[in-house]
Design a binder for this molecule. Structure first.
Ligand code: ZN
Length: 339
């Protein structure tokens, strides 16, 4: 009970990449870079397991950014044709590559790190991929001319990789869809269809992560503008409850999401955000157990997986580690109390 996991990303060590950045530059090249990515992956798996995380990830140590790491292996994208785009409904600006032709996977994207992580993780392994809607929102398009068609093309590429990850022995493939909290009507119109296409025939558990973003200033300002109750989940959870996705990762601690909205996810496993990634203050086990207790009023306890609110990529490495330990300790406390 209360199997712990994390949303996905972890900070990269200073010897691997620039720290405290969303698009950090690598510190090495070629074979040395590949080796260092592997070293960081193994290190984080060990530290997650030591902290009591039951379903670990590779910490996304091998990708520069959670969206563009996947895109690098997709044909039909011109990385030299970078344009500045206002993403997440113009919440912040990013330099993004451009789709210039039909999309097709060049081959495996994450085979090396998934197999390495599988070989070293003693327990369960989750692997994250960007969701189709979030990719569409983080790229310029000169070819498809239609967000739905573009999303379906990405979903097919994602599906190829997701099936292969399951064959590599991954226990859960999670699609990251922060855009689901921004374009709620599109989620119902085509977002979940695209997600289904990405998850079709994947033989392990599937999940989707929907959050209010990393703790960067643009996101904090946006959250401030959302009023006293954040109701975005209310619009999309009923459709997600009807979907074929097994688990939903949600933001909870320190958010203004009314916890009762979790009832709308009936039948789904809930990866419950009990660790705030937008604050450097480390949670106490007591606080973590408190969030779990509050959620238990709305979600059957056997369906709760304590998790982080979002990825930890831009955080301080030491603080991220302390937060993993708080997550593990808080879930242990909850097991003693409510198990
Ligand atoms: Zn997130």
């Amino acid at each position: 009970m209360f199997e712990t996991t994390i949303a996905g990303s972890l900070p990269k060590p200073a010897w691997l990449a620039e720290t405290h950045k969303l698009w950090p530059r690598w510190k090495l090249e070629g074979d040395a870079l590949a080796e260092a990515k592997g070293d960081a992956t193994i290190l984080w798996i060990k530290q997650q397991e030591d902290a009591g995380i039951d379903m670990v990830t590779d910490g996304e140590q091998s990708r520069q950014h959670f969206v563009h790491g996947f895109l690098e292996r997709v044909e039909g994208i011109d990385f030299d044709l970078k344009v500045e785009l206002g993403i997440r409904n113009n919440r912040y600006k990013a330099m993004v590559p451009t789709v210039v032709g039909p999309l097709r996977l060049k081959g495996r994207v994450h085979a090396a790190e998934a197999r390495l992580a599988r070989a070293h993780a003693n327990g369960k392994l989750k692997f994250t991929l960007p969701g189709p809607m979030t990719i569409v929102d983080t790229i310029a398009d000169n070819h498809y001319g239609d967000r739905t068609k573009l999303a379906m093309a990405f979903a097919e590429a994602l599906n190829e990789e997701a099936r292969a990850l399951a064959a590599d022995g991954v226990d859960m493939v999670q699609f990251d869809e922060p855009a689901f909290n921004v374009y709620m009507d599109d989620v119902k119109r085509w977002g979940i269809d695209a997600l289904h296409r990405a998850a079709e025939g994947v033989t392990c558990r599937t999940g989707v992560h929907i959050c209010y973003g990393y703790g960067i200033k643009a996101n904090l300002d946006w959250k401030d503008s959302l009023g006293s109750e954040w109701r975005q989940y209310e619009e999309i959870f009923p459709a997600l409850a009807q979907s074929r996705i097994d688990a939903v990762s949600v933001e909870c601690i320190h958010s203004r999401v009314p916890v009762r909205l979790l009832e709308l996810l009936a039948g789904k496993d809930v990866m419950l955000g009990v660790i705030d990634v937008a604050s450097d203050k480390v949670e106490t086990p007591e606080e973590v157990a408190g969030v779990i207790e509050a959620a238990m009023k709305h979600v059957p306890k056997e369906r709760i997986l304590p998790c982080t609110n979002c990825g930890m990529a831009p955080m301080d490495r030491g603080i991220a580690l302390a937060k993993l330990e708080a997550l593990g300790a808080g879930a242990r406390l909850a097991r003693e109390r409510f198990g």
